[in-house]
Design a protein around this ligand. Sequence first.
Ligand code: HEC
Length: 130
Amino acid sequence: MKKWNILYTSTTTLLLTFSTVHAADAVSGLLQDYKKAGVAQFSASQGKRLWYSNNNGRSCTTCHTQSVKNTGKHKKTGKTIKPMAPSVNPKRLTDKRKIKKWLLRNCKWTLKRECTTQEKGNILMWLKQQ
Ligand code: HEC
């Protein structure tokens, strides 16, 4: 019984250690997926351009502000949104599922369509460097 407890404890510790994911890990995982889907390479500068692009008055900056290092504010609900840049907010871009969910929602709201895998890769490439 005791032996199992020790085994259990050390496995849990191991899992906890491995679950400290960094932005780079989650993003590179997604970029790998996009590559498998056929994207040859990603462009941070194109990602930045899309981020700041104006789409009939809507932009990623509408909620995330002009600087990804600033605290944002949701256009409709007024809720604060923590800074997007991993350099000031290390919790950013650490969860693949969260990234996917919000890219889908926010592209739809901002561009009135889903982003392509190329566009998503470009944005993440740029964002992770911020
Ligand atoms: C209408 C407001 C709004 C707009 C416009 C918006 N976002 Fe967001 N975004 C949010 C909210 C709210 C969250 C989730 C809350 C949070 O993560 O702090 C979020 C989260 C994200 C995340 C997840 C970050 C993470 O740490 O996992 C990404 C990526 C993202 N947005 C990208 C974009 C992109 C790209 C655009 C432009 C195409 C955009 N957002 C436009 C409100 C917005």
